[in-house]
Design a protein around this ligand. Structure first.
Ligand code: FES
Length: 214
């Protein structure tokens, strides 16, 4: 008998055996332990990624005028332009970079950004106002316990693709200001205003909303 059926049928006379109760308790203990380990791992690396050799400015939040560079993959460190962003995703992972000093602001993992280009007709009014040619940017750090948001997958609760944090399955819809559509995250991802000039992307202002886990 499952744990759910035990709880939902109080009139049942089919009492669980000691083995069943003990298996259920063990499963719960493992789930709690795995969740605690995942959260601890996130917190342990949550402030500085490269604390020993950080150049000045590398842990400061994105600023107006910063350009954006790939944070991973073959093009890591290269400038991101509108041409790098196919309509409909997937998102690109980025760091802000000070164009005057060439310092990449990668010393704080809270600075990692998701940039995605979507059909402007799919965006809600507020998100469309902030978008440039359908391009929008959000913090890549989950609002639940601060894991990185890494997946772009079909939602568990709809037929559209969404940002997903694989730590505890929170999902965010970038078409609607990255509001939470599934999972335990208590709030949306912070948004980062962008500007587009001749195909080049830059930061147009500070993060809107809180960055990082609860
Ligand atoms: S850290 Fe828990 S869902 Fe992302």
């Amino acid at each position: 008998m499952s744990r759910a059926s035990l709880m939902s049928d109080p009139s049942s006379t089919d009492s669980p055996t000691e083995d069943e109760i003990s298996a259920c308790a063990e499963q719960t203990r493992r789930t709690v332990l795995l969740g605690a380990l995942a959260a601890t791992a996130c917190l342990g690396c949550s402030v500085h990624a490269h604390a020993d050799e950080d150049p000045p400015g590398s842990d400061e939040r994105p600023r107006k005028g910063d350009v954006l560079v790939f944070s991973e993959g073959d093009k890591e460190g290269k400038l991101i332009t509108a041409a790098d962003l196919p309509v409909g995703g997937p998102p690109v992972h980025a760091w802000p970079k000070d164009p005057k000093t060439s310092v990449v602001r990668s010393a704080s993992r809270l600075n990692e950004i998701l940039i995605i280009r979507l059909d402007p007709a799919e965006l809600d009014d507020k998100t469309r106002e902030r978008a440039v040619d359908g391009i929008i940017a959000y913090s890549a750090i989950c609002a639940h316990a601060g894991c990185p948001v890494t997946a772009w997958v079909k939602s568990d609760v709809g037929d559209k693709e969404v940002f997903k944090c694989m730590c505890h399955n929170s999902e965010y819809d970038p078409r609607a200001g990255a509001q939470v559509v599934f999972g335990p995250a208590p709030r949306r991802l912070a948004a980062l205003p962008l500007a587009l000039d001749d195909g080049s992307l830059s930061v147009a202002g500070n993060f809107i909303g809180k960055v990082g886990g609860a």
